[in-house]
Design a protein around this ligand. Structure first.
Ligand code: ADP
Ligand code: ZN
Ligand code: ZN
Length: 747
């Protein structure tokens, strides 16, 4: 590619301090026209051979001994120039190495080498000869099973075939050696299984007035080919998806490509069908559940421009589109857009950055936008607000009733179920209608609530709930304030103050006793850890084979159950008092979403929300379906305490096997941060160290520092400088330190 006389500039794929820079390697003659920016190559580094990414060409400054590239790892480049820019931006903003960021960006294609070809296996002889061969195999049932499977399902790969026959892949090799199976090399053609996807056509709908207005704005922006961002705020059932689909059509018409991201839980077969129905084989679906070969196939179709529409979950934000024009994030407030281990990127931030780099349009859609996005779409903000305030057919939003659990206690009902909820469920059972019982995420932390007056003990300084510890103390996970568990409620003096937590299992047990005649299903991360069981439970319920479905937030979104006329929120407080400054926001979002599940079809829906805090604004605003009312109360709270969107937050998480070591180490880190800050006039505040709410995982203790400041870049610079100092002054102290800029949760 005409780089004669120049050296390749390479970032090596190791994750160590001091190597996050470019190294020069000579390009051997035979690779001259194969290696380009984006190639993954093999190089000698120190005494090892490792992978490296070619990021440019040039000559080293000064005299250095330059070695040669020793091999090429892939048939074609694995990233584009624009994605390289993104990797550099990620390294800078999330404090990781460029190699780490590149690894994350190209990960869908890893796991496959020379991936364009795959060997598929077929019987090597005609059927009647195979039958003879099988007769001779009485002694080797495994081999016979593999042969039978190969005859029934010709064209499987080695691994697929051995799995289908419940045999070892080596058995397959034996049969190849015996010349009973033959391998045919196959290059991927595009889209083999469109026929399997149902493929019902879904023509564009006629937009209503609000949809039309929103669509006009987005398509107008697409024409300008300049970066712009929209917040599409539409109530549940207002037809946001149709706006996305038509915006994508507009991008395609302009010769651009589009990415639509949905949260993991919303990537249902119905959603995929909708996209295939509209765009046919122009769609590539990218998500982490795809097997390596399928994933690579889809990735390649995107890269080559054959699939200009990408539908996927978080990591699809890195789709290698040649000319991206539109990035859509549905349910933009969802925490699952944040990667929450290792490299903690946020798909919304990446999408916005990619759009800025390529002059593309971003559409963030939600019924309950995050406070950050809401803030940015305010007057003078960088996002333009588009509204869909009505449901499509003017169907009323369901009636939400708040049930005061304090009253139940007063009248002697100590059950998880209020009398209201019991009679509402009974009524559904009699009519043959369905009930959803919703419980927030299994509590990882227990907070303390007064069952008489609903008072919850909070940290004065941080306004987050204190968490009960087994040693009898209550602690703040941000600033480490500690106090003894009180014997009486500080607000009303009652003795009914205790820690609190209900699991789905307990709800199921009690429901079985209260409603012995009901068919009950439960869905949470325990009952759905096996792949596919999630879909199975939902389809059982959708087909009416159960009366009550109990679940965590997994059941809260994206799903339509026509026979559900009652949604019960067993306890809204479990999320309201999570030790997290976003607890009120999350509760509002969850309740609004859950309420959206009731009465989607022709039957009117009812929602019952049980709580000890019936007057809390998260709950009352959700009950009124009043987003703006919620923001009006929550924004000043955030502002007063200096939380996002009025500031930026970072968390440093330390993990180590030894608790004494880690508390000492975290304290040292705090000292260094304070020293680095001294003399700067930047309003950065360091809270902690404190044990994380999940204070120990897999034998490792977890401590955290929370850092808060008005400017993101300053926050990042201070952390970077402090971590370097920490490394120098105590090289022996080696906890795993994870830096999370803009954390979405702090378990
Ligand atoms: P949202 O994503 O905003 O919750 P959906 O996109 O699920 O809403 O739309 C709700 C329903 O309305 C869907 O069944 C959709 O097919 C239908 N719909 C959307 N737009 C229109 C339209 N312009 N005319 C008729 N039906 C529509
Ligand atoms: Zn505190
Ligand atoms: Zn009280």
């Amino acid at each position: 590619m005409g780089h004669a006389g120049q050296f390749a500039e390479i970032i090596v794929d190791i994750n160590a301090r001091g190597v996050d820079r470019v190294f020069h390697y000579a390009v051997p003659e035979m690779y001259q026209d194969k290696i380009t920016v984006g190639s993954r190559v093999l190089v000698n580094f120190g005494s090892r051979q490792i992978a490296g990414y070619v990021v440019g060409f040039g000559t080293p400054a000064g005299e250095v001994k330059v070695r040669e590239i020793s091999g090429i790892l892939d048939a074609e480049p694995v990233f584009t120039m624009e994605l390289l820019e993104i990797a550099r931006w990620m390294a800078d903003s999330y404090l990781c190495s460029t190699a780490e960021a590149l690894g994350r960006i190209i990960s869908p294609r890893l796991g496959i080498k020379n991936a364009r070809v795959v060997k598929l296996l077929y019987p090597a002889l005609p059927d009647w000869e195979m039958e003879d061969a099988l007769k001779l195999m009485a002694r080797s049932p495994k081999q016979a099973a593999v042969l039978r499977t190969a005859m029934e399902r010709p064209g499987l790969s080695r691994r697929e075939l051995s799995a289908a026959a419940h045999a070892d892949p080596k058995t397959v090799d034996v049969l190849i050696d015996k010349r009973l199976l033959k391998a045919a090399v196959k290059t991927f053609s595009s889209f083999q299984d469109l026929s399997l996807r149902g493929g019902t056509r879904s023509p564009a709908l006629r937009l209503n007035r609000d949809q039309e207005a929103a669509f006009r704005e987005v398509s107008g922006a697409l024409k300008k080919r300049r970066f712009s961002a929209f917040l599409l705020h539409g109530v549940t059932g207002s037809g946001k998806t149709e706006v996305y689909l038509q915006a994508i059509s507009a991008a395609l018409a302009a010769g651009l490509q589009a990415v639509a991201l949905v949260p993991e839980i919303s990537l249902t077969p119905q959603m995929i069908d909708l996209f295939y129905g509209r765009f046919g084989e122009q769609v590539a679906v990218l998500h982490s559940g795809l097997a390596g070969r399928e994933r690579y196939n889809e990735w390649l179709r995107v890269k080559e421009g054959r699939a200009p529409v990408v539908l996927g979950t978080r990591s699809a934000v890195f789709a290698p589109l040649p000319n991206p024009g539109l990035f859509i994030l549905d349910e933009e407030h969802e925490p699952s857009y944040k990667q929450d281990d290792h490299l903690r990127y946020h798909a919304r931030e990446v999408a916005l950055k990619r759009a800025q780099l390529s002059g593309a349009v971003v559409v963030l859609g939600s019924a309950t936008p995050s406070l950050e996005s809401w803030f940015r779409s305010g007057r003078g903000g960088p996002y333009k607000l588009l509204k869909l305030p009505h449901r499509i057919d003017e169907k009323p939003l369901p009636r939400v009733k708040i049930v005061d659990l304090r009253q139940e206690i007063k009248e002697g009902n100590r059950s998880i179920f209020s009398r209201n909820l019991v009679s509402a469920i009974c009524a559904r059972l009699q009519k043959g209608e369905q009930t959803l019982l919703f419980l927030n995420r299994r509590g990882y932390a227990t907070f303390v609530v007064c069952r008489e007056c609903g008072h919850v003990i909070k940290c004065d300084r941080c306004d987050i709930s204190l968490t009960y510890h087994l040693d009898g103390t209550l602690r703040c996970h941000y600033c480490n304030y500690q106090t003894k568990m009180p014997e009486k409620c500080p607000s009303c003096g009652s003795r009914s103050i205790r820690y609190f937590g209900v699991g789905t299992q307990k709800v199921e047990d009690e429901a079985k006793i209260l409603f012995p005649q009901a068919r009950i299903l439960r869905m949470d991360s325990d009952s759905t850890s096996r792949r596919g069981s999630h879909e199975r439970i939902l389809s059982t319920f959708r087909q009416g084979q159960a009366d009550i479905l109990i679940g965590t937030q997994m059941i809260a979104k994206g799903l339509d159950f026509p026979m559900v006329t009652l949604v019960g929120v067993v306890n809204a407080d479990t999320s309201l008092f999570m030790p997290d400054f976003r607890a009120a926001e999350r509760t509002f979002q969850l309740l609004t979403q859950v309420a959206g599940r009731a009465g989607r079809a022709d039957l009117p829906g009812e929602v019952l929300v049980q709580t000890y805090c019936p007057d809390h604004y998260s709950i009352t605003a959700a009950a009124r379906h009043d987003c703006e009312g919620f923001y009006q109360v929550e924004m000043p709270v955030r502002s007063a305490l200096g939380y996002p969107p009025y500031s930026y937050l970072a968390r440093l998480l330390f993990t180590h096997e030894d608790e004494a070591e880690i508390s000492k180490g975290a304290a040292l880190a705090k000292e260094i941060l304070d020293k680095t800050l001294a003399g700067h006039d930047n309003f950065i505040e360091v809270l902690g160290p404190a044990p994380a709410p999940l204070s120990r995982i897999k034998g490792r203790y977890r401590w955290q520092l929370v850092i808060k400041g008005p400017r993101r870049n300053e926050l990042r610079d201070i952390i970077r400088e402090s971590m370097e100092t920490l490394q120098k002054c105590r090289p022996a102290f080696r906890p795993v330190i994870n830096v999370d800029i803009n954390p979405q949760g702090m378990q």
